[in-house]
Ligand binder design. Structure first.
Ligand code: DGY
Length: 328
């Protein structure tokens, strides 16, 4: 199929350079207003395109695919996470789904590291104290946090992002521990001097800081459940830049309020865009509005992955970033 005739629908505004390149290569339907499309608008867009480029927040479930018609054959997601897409339902209808892995890993890891530093060192509390006029001068016992160096970081899901976090954390003197379904490549494990914990519960009980880095799937829903959070030490912190659904937020709020956990740094929430009210109110919780990958460089490179996937598909090849179920 020649590129010119391929119709590509974008559900949200993408960086100008990405939209310009897409429009040069394909016949595009853009969303310049950047307003999220309603379900009816999404369906109508999908019915008239060969390729849909959705993003986080566009709920593409089985019912959507039933309504979307037969023309659309590729979902080129702008983003790494595809938990908003029923990939099995898409595949059953002959629709390929791709994402944008790797390109955002380093920027996302920077933000995780920022939270790993910010929460124990009370960075945001310090900024607020200054803004509120509570700083009356240096004091030996005021605003004491916890040292980061020498602590144990437990990474749940040591993939691309987890590895990038681990590299940064080592530079800050943390030791690396991880839980995956299987151990990682032994060379990388050796380089990171990382300890593999086949038993997540056993790891949680020993860590000082836990970073959650896995995809959101039915199997990982509330992976950090009330029972698991209860295994953690009272001086421990939780950091999450992946998906809010991985943590039972009410249980996390209970643990923090009761002093059973020392704090949390969260870039994602269970019910975005609304953060959990109790976590918002907790002084030892740093909340960010899902911005871990929000650099212009990441967003342009994410757009480039979208373009590569569409172009390969248009040329009759398998797009490189196909989601292959069972491998996530
Ligand atoms: C993703 O790519 O899934 C991120 O959460 C958006 O930055």
């Amino acid at each position: 199929m020649p590129h010119r005739r391929l119709k590509v629908g974008l559900t949200r505004k993408l960086p100008d350079a990405v939209e310009a390149r897409l429009s040069a290569l394909f016949d595009t339907a853009l969303n310049p207003s950047n307003t999220p499309l309603s379900r009816a608008q999404l369906v109508s867009l999908a019915q008239g395109v060969d390729v849909l480029a959705p993003t986080l927040g566009d709920e593409l479930d089985a019912a959507f695919f039933d309504q979307a018609g037969a023309r659309m054959k590729l979902i080129a997601n702008f983003g790494a996470g595809v938990d908003h897409i029923d990939v099995a339902a898409a595949n059953q209808r002959g629709i390929t789904v791709t994402n944008t892995p790797s390109v955002l890993a380093e920027d996302a890891a920077d933000m995780a590291m920022a939270l790993i530093l910010a929460v124990p060192r009370r960075l945001v509390e310090g900024v607020r104290a200054l803004e509120d006029g509570a700083f009356t001068g240096w004091s030996p016992t005021w605003m004491l946090g916890r040292r980061v160096r020498g602590k144990k970081l437990g990474v749940i899901g040591l993939g691309r992002v987890g590895e990038a976090i681990a590299r940064r954390a080592r530079a800050f003197g943390l030791s690396i521990h991880y839980h995956n379904r299987k151990p990682i490549n032994p060379h990388i494990e050796e380089e990171l001097e990382a300890t593999y914990w086949p038993d997540l519960d056993a790891m949680l009980a020993r860590m000082d800081i836990v970073s959650v880095n896995c995809p959101s799937t039915p199997q990982t829903y509330h992976l950090l459940s009330r029972q698991r959070l209860a295994l953690m030490q009272p001086h421990a912190y939780v950091v999450n830049i992946s998906r809010g659904e991985l943590i039972d937020e009410e249980a996390l709020a209970d643990a923090i309020e009761k002093g059973n956990l020392a704090g949390a740094g969260l870039d994602v929430f269970e019910k975005e865009p609304r953060p959990n009210a109790r976590l918002s109110a907790a002084p030892n919780v740093v909340l960010l509005p899902h911005m871990a990958s929000a650099t212009i460089e990441s967003r342009i490179e994410m757009g480039e992955r979208v373009i590569i996937n569409i172009k390969m598909f248009a040329d009759g090849h398998k797009p490189p970033d196909r989601i292959i179920l069972g491998l996530a």
